[in-house]
Design a protein around this ligand. Structure first.
Ligand code: TYM
Length: 322
């Protein structure tokens, strides 16, 4: 199994990123033959339009990932733009990507629907993502549910290329953890930086507790029994609670007679304890910028070796290498 995934440094990581993706990265680094994880700064450039901010968020992302348990001896961690081969591969794929396919992709479609003017970068976003995946012969891509469409586009582009030029690319599969496929935000919608409803992994615990207390809930009376499965506060609680606590809370919901405030307090306690160790590791890592530079340098070198090999194969097949 060759695992690959990317994450955009568009803001500090939130619970959706962690449970939907990062936790799987960490688990899979032990099982995979090879695991490549990168910080998708070229993709982030479609939304973060300030050089200093993008640089800072990229550094923070690297520190966060290592603090959360990504082990640079087991997995290759690098920055997307440090592998220029991917951008070259992106062009080769772009020539076979139909406008119709890209017009159907949700990131572009959603932005257009909201009346925000889209640029060519956003339109071609899934093609760059396909190049990211194909450049390392990856077969398994751990992601949240929102990325499944992009993996399908990647498969389409790869099989189109293979069909025209011969067997060049490995077709990847998305790997989505069922119970963390779509982590809700403080308003019950999908947790997302662009909706302003996130709870961040490394937010100051006091500030976070306040934000948790403000999670939107319905106004049904305390006595009324409630269905835990459709309640976003319960879904957030279930991410952190172990099996027995989860079951007990679900039973409390079904019985009724409890207050949402109590659930919120318990959730805040669980979240603080859950990330306490990582928070401490992060504090220590932050004081060692040279170590982070070294990890990213080694990662980029390893990633480039593999990407150069795949790019050459693609260039030879389509005739742009003499
Ligand atoms: P990004 O940065 O938006 O999100 C990173 C990962 O977090 C997951 N995620 C969620 N999962 C569950 N619930 C949520 N509320 C939630 N919010 C985010 C995402 O599904 C994702 O797995 N296009 C990618 C970055 C990328 C990439 C790639 C991924 C670039 N190239 C190649 C895989 C392979 C993205 O926007 O992720």
């Amino acid at each position: 199994m060759r695992v690959l995934s990317g994450i955009q440094p568009t803001g500090r990581f939130h619970w959706g990123n962690y449970f939907g993706a990062i936790r799987q990265y960490i688990d899979l680094q032990h099982d995979a033959d090879e695991a490549f994880y990168f910080i998708a700064n070229l993709h982030a450039l479609t939304t973060v339009r300030h050089g200093g901010q993008l640089r800072q968020l990229t550094r923070d992302a690297a520190i966060d990932l290592v603090a959360l348990g990504l082990d640079p001896d087991k997995a290759t961690l690098f920055i997307q733009s440090d592998v220029p081969e991917v951008s070259e591969l992106c062009w080769l794929l772009m020539t076979g990507a139909s406008m119709g396919l890209l017009e159907r992709c949700h990131a572009y479609k959603d932005k257009k629907a909201r009346g925000v003017s889209a640029d060519a970068g956003l339109f071609a976003y899934p093609v760059l993502q396909a190049a990211d995946i194909l450049a390392y012969d990856s077969d398994t891509v751990p992601v949240g549910e929102d990325q499944v469409q992009h993996i399908e586009v990647c498969r389409d582009l790869a099989s189109g290329f293979n069909h025209q030029f011969g067997q060049v690319f490995v077709l990847p599969k998305a790997k989505v953890l069922a119970h963390a496929a779509r982590v809700p935000g403080t308003d019950g919608e999908k947790m997302s930086k662009s909706y302003g409803n996130t709870l961040e992994v490394f937010e100051d615990p006091k500030a976070q507790r306040k934000r948790i207390m403000r999670v939107v809930t319905d106004s049904r009376p305390v006595e009324e029994p409630k269905d835990p499965e459709t309640d976003h506060l319960y879904q957030l609680y279930a991410l952190f609670a172990g099996e027995p606590a989860r079951e007990a809370m679900a039973a409390t919901y079904r019985r009724g007679g409890f207050g949402y405030g109590q659930v919120k307090k318990e959730l805040a306690d669980l979240a603080e304890a859950f990330f306490a160790e990582a928070r401490e590791r992060r504090r220590r890592l932050e004081a060692r910028p040279e170590r982070i530079r070294e990890i990213l340098g080694d990662g980029a070198a390893r990633a480039r070796r593999k990407a150069a090999e795949v790019l050459l194969r693609a260039q030879q097949a389509c005739g742009v290498k003499l």
